[in-house]
Design a protein around this ligand. Structure first.
Ligand code: NA7
Length: 531
């Protein structure tokens, strides 16, 4: 790697995905700062650089899932509503061509430590390959899925076939034709890999611990002409996406489920199903995520639709049981294309590993608690991530007193606004990787840095009290919903030993943005130090 060993810059960003690239452009090209990005991978794109597993595809439709920079969207055309990983990589190439991003990115630079010097107010960041970067502002744009999760199964390392975690999939792909394939996990990733492997594998077995309450993607190809016509409204569209609860161009219906008759409800559900995507999750009755009975109506509709697509009664009960294992929408649903129909093929199976957990991996396959050996040639580990906090806890970050972030967050995640921490002056995090979240959080970071310059502020650091208040607020918002009762990565419950707490802000975008704006008024919740 030809990048200099010693880097000195105003702003250092870790991660060159959606967040890092957004902030690099705004801080460098609008505010004139010296900005450098350290990226552990070999190219731009973050999650789209790491995820090239078969079927990897975004499940937020364009143009929700793209930058609002006019110089980018005016000159870019997608092939379909939900693009795949290869197209997303090309999108990042395009962003690079337009904005000259790569000249300020150092690749293959995994961060292993960061320390702050109180006297000089400078962060010193070190990388695995011996580089040192000094900066005034440190921004972690590491996304929510930066630390992979592997099951701790006995014998996992004895497997003699091919085995890959979804985000370590070989660039050249894996030829599964004529092979027996196991997909472990049924999150968004497992669903996508399984759908793709089902096309060529000799046999495919999906190991499911919890049913994914998948929704129909309703994928569609898009012509450049129709996109061109829509672009007239894009500027407004990007403003509007910030006004909805989840940052999509749709929002909850301002009625409760019980306000409609069963017939009216059915009509609403049918329409949301037909329109597809996350509509039955995020454009449905406003009480769905709060009220058990309302939620059950949604689950029952979902189960009815899905069960009708699966012939085998055993597979049907595993994939879409009549009794819900968790409330609808409290784990992130995936968007599927033919996930359920594919189980009608005799060579595609599903194993319920909640009922019969995996007890061992052998050189030739997987043994479940019913003593059955499932012989396989390829294992796809779609077992997810130590989401939201895992990546940051894993980077050797230490606070002003040398205490590691992993220690600070051992019993819970303490931050102000999900972006700043006590003990970490001038350090910000952008927790999410969706372009909408990235732009909202990125704008706050840009505004905060600008305000610091205008007001001659040397450093800002979240107070302990602000962290306490924020943590309480995030949990209170979540406690009003049905989320806390479900084991999900939202609750940290997918990682053994991780504290159980809500890791996401459940108040919606408009409220979150208000919190951000309020905090900039005299840096509420921050200790402010002079230059
Ligand atoms: P997810 O959504 O965390 O899914 C991981 C899956 O792997 C899920 O079905 C888990 O079952 C399963 N899993 C994890 N560990 C184990 C063990 N030890 N045994 C059996 N099964 C296990 O990760 P994805 O990569 O699919 O998606 C992450 C996000 O990326 C997604 O939400 C989108 O935002 C994009 P469980 O459900 O916990 O019972």
């Amino acid at each position: 790697n030809s990048a200099p060993k010693e880097i000195e810059t105003d702003v250092l960003i870790v991660g060159a995905g959606f967040g890092g690239v957004y902030l690099l452009h705004r801080l460098r090209d609008e505010l004139g700062f010296n900005v450098k990005v350290l990226e552990a991978g070999k190219d731009l794109g973050g999650i789209w650089h790491w995820n090239c597993y078969p079927g990897a595809r975004v499940d937020s439709p364009i143009p929700v899932y793209e930058y609002s920079f006019p110089e980018i969207w005016k000159t870019w055309t997608w092939s379909c509503k939900y693009p795949g990983w290869a197209e997303l990589r090309k999108y990042f190439d395009h962003v690079n061509e337009r904005l000259q991003i790569k000249k300020d990115v150092v690749f293959d630079a995994a961060v292993v430590s960061s320390d702050f010097d109180k006297q000089t107010q400078v962060w010193t960041v070190k990388t695995e390959d011996g580089k040192t970067a000094k900066c005034r502002y440190l921004i972690l744009a590491t996304g929510f899925a930066a630390k992979r999760h592997f099951p701790d199964w006995k014998g996992l390392d004895t497997f003699q076939g091919e085995m890959h975690h979804s985000s370590f999939w070989p660039e050249g792909g894996v030829d599964v034709s004529g092979k027996k394939v196991a997909v472990i996990g049924t999150g968004s990733t497992g669903i996508q890999i399984a759908q793709e492997c089902a096309k060529n594998a000799k046999e495919l077995t999906v190991f499911q611990r919890t049913p994914n309450l998948c929704l129909p993607m309703q994928q569609a190809s898009l012509t450049s002409k129709e996109q061109q016509e829509r672009k007239e409204d894009y500027a407004q569209f990007f403003r509007d996406r910030l006004t909805t609860f989840a940052g999509f161009p749709f929002d909850f219906i301002q009625r409760e489920t019980k306000d409609d008759t069963p017939e009216e409800r059915e009509k609403v559900f049918e329409q949301l199903w037909e329109e597809g995507g996350f509509k039955l999750w995020l454009a449905t009755y406003k009480d769905m995520l709060f009220d058990k009975e309302a939620n059950r109506h949604h689950y029952d509709f979902w189960a009815k639709k899905v069960r009708a697509r699966i012939n085998d009664p055993v597979k049907k009960d595993i994939l879409a049981p009549l009794e819900p294992q968790h409330p609808f929408g409290t784990k992130r649903p995936s968007l599927e294309q033919d996930f359920y129909e594919m189980f009608n093929k005799p060579n595609i199976n599903v194993v319920d590993i909640k009922k019969n957990p995996v007890v061992q991996v052998r050189p030739n396959g997987i043994v479940t608690a019913d003593r059955k050996l499932h012989e396989v040639d390829v294992i796809a580990l779609a077992t997810g991530f130590d989401s939201v906090t895992g990546g940051m806890k894993n980077m050797g970050l230490r606070d002003v007193n040398g205490i590691p972030l992993s220690e600070k967050w051992k019993m819970g995640t303490w931050s102000h606004l999900g972006m700043a921490c006590n003990g970490y002056p001038n350090m910000s995090t952008a927790f999410s990787n969706g372009p909408t979240c990235v732009e909202v959080q990125g704008n706050w970071i840009v505004d905060a840095i600008k305000k610091m310059g205008d007001e001659k502020v040397g450093s800002i650091e979240a107070t302990k009290q602000a962290e306490e208040n924020w943590h309480a607020k995030v949990q209170e918002l979540s406690d009003k919903t049905l989320f806390p009762g479900t084991d999900s990565w939202y609750m940290g419950a997918n990682i053994p030993g991780k504290p159980r707490e809500q890791l996401n802000y459940a108040g919606g975008f408009p409220l979150y943005q208000k919190e951000l704006t309020d905090s900039l008024d005299r840096f509420k919740g921050f200790l402010v130090d002079g230059v």
